[in-house]
Design a binder for this molecule. Structure first.
Ligand code: IPM
Ligand code: MG
Length: 357
């Protein structure tokens, strides 16, 4: 197959980790007889420096016309004082919105080789963690009207959180479908004891649940979810939630896996066009030092093969290679422990690439 991939390296460690994911994709192309064509698009701070905007219209069009998008990370202290309209993160949200990427899948799996890297006790994570966070990605407070105004002699800031039934229903379907392919358990996370948007969320999920009688469905409040994720994470299979709750809970859940550096994500639309990125940020403090963990990005490339290109075998090949490298004891600094072999970003990428069969 011939596929066009928009490559958005971004800022900080973005370029380094994306390069390692491309090594893996090139190896897949070579072994399985595919052609992957890459188009570079600047996004985030690097684009602000070059063009004065965090993504150009031309860049956005390249993304829209690709078969999929591979992203590193955006942002850094250098651009923290940019006006809100041109902040690096603005481009990321714009790509999500313009490409219609409403469903963000964040698989949270503990590689058993890394059980000791998790700050949680063995009795909590030792039996393995395998949950899927389905985060709504193009609605809610991230995309509501926001403004700051002067009122009664002081500044007042407002952010609106809005959800339409249709938005809730389409993310709900993704979550129920995902549960059907897994252990058939779905927990819908909300704050229905306080928020109207959550009450509509819950009502809409209940309607959908009737269409999926095989799925064991439950509602759970977001504060309780935050606690249960630490107390008893293996009770969960699929979690579905709105944009901001999903942002927060997925960072929390990543620590169950040992390191946020391990976690991939897929942002899907109603077509096969998707965007694939690790869930971590641009880590400017370690940028350019060749010590970042590229595995979250490499695993994101595997998700691209699986979800956008329908290449399940090829996706498995990357995941198996990552497992092999971990089995052999290779670790980047974030997952290093005594008795293992510390390697840099490039070497980790090479090791994975060499093991892809
Ligand atoms: C994420 C990130 C982004 C988000 C930021 C960079 C805007 O934290 O993908 O989780 O909040 O969605
Ligand atoms: Mg986040």
């Amino acid at each position: 197959m011939n596929k066009n991939i928009a490559v958005l390296r971004g800022d900080g460690i973005g370029p380094e980790i994306v390069n390692e994911a491309i090594k893996a994709l090139d190896k897949i192309a070579e072994i399985y007889g595919h052609t992957f064509n890459y188009s570079d698009v600047d996004i985030g701070g690097c684009s602000i420096d070059k063009f004065g905007v965090p993504i150009t219209d031309e860049g956005m069009n390249i993304c829209k016309n690709s078969d999929s998008v591979l992203l590193g990370a955006v942002g850094g202290p250098k651009w923290d004082n940019c006006p809100p309209e041109i902040r690096p993160e603005k481009a990321l949200l714009a790509v999500r919105k313009e490409l219609g990427l409403f469903a963000n899948l964040r698989p949270t799996c503990l590689f058993l080789q890394l059980a000791n890297a998790s700050p949680l006790k063995q009795e909590i994570v030792g039996n393995g963690i395998d949950l899927m966070i389905v985060r709504e990605l193009t609605g809610g407070i991230y995309f509501g009207k926001r403004f700051t105004e002067e009122k009664n002699g002081e500044l007042e800031a407002t952010d609106y959180m809005t959800y339409a039934e249709s938005e809730i229903e389409r993310i709900g379907r993704v979550a129920f479908d995902s549960a059907m392919k897994r252990r058939k358990k779905l927990a819908s996370v909300d704050k229905a004891n306080v928020l109207d948007s959550s009450r509509l969320w819950r009502k809409t999920m209940h309607k959908l649940a009737e269409e999926y009688p095989e799925v064991e469905y439950s509602d759970i409040l977001v504060d309780n979810t935050a606690m249960q994720l630490i107390k008893n994470p293996s009770q969960f299979d699929v979690l579905v939630t709105e944009n901001m709750f999903g942002d927060i809970l997925s960072d929390e859940a990543s620590m169950l896996t040992g390191s946020i550096g391990m976690m991939p994500s897929a942002s899907l639309s109603s077509t096969t066009l998707g965007m694939y990125e690790p869930i971590h940020g641009s880590a400017p403090d370690i940028a350019g030092m060749d010590i970042a963990n590229p595995l979250g990005t490499i695993l994101s490339a595997a998700l691209m093969l699986r979800y956008s290109f329908n290449m399940a075998k090829e996706a498995d090949a990357i995941e198996t290679a990552v497992n092999a490298v971990l089995d052999e004891g290779y670790r980047t600094g974030d997952i290093y422990e005594e008795g293992t072999k510390k390697v840099g970003c490039k070497e980790m990428g090479d090791l994975v690439m060499q093991r892809i069969k």
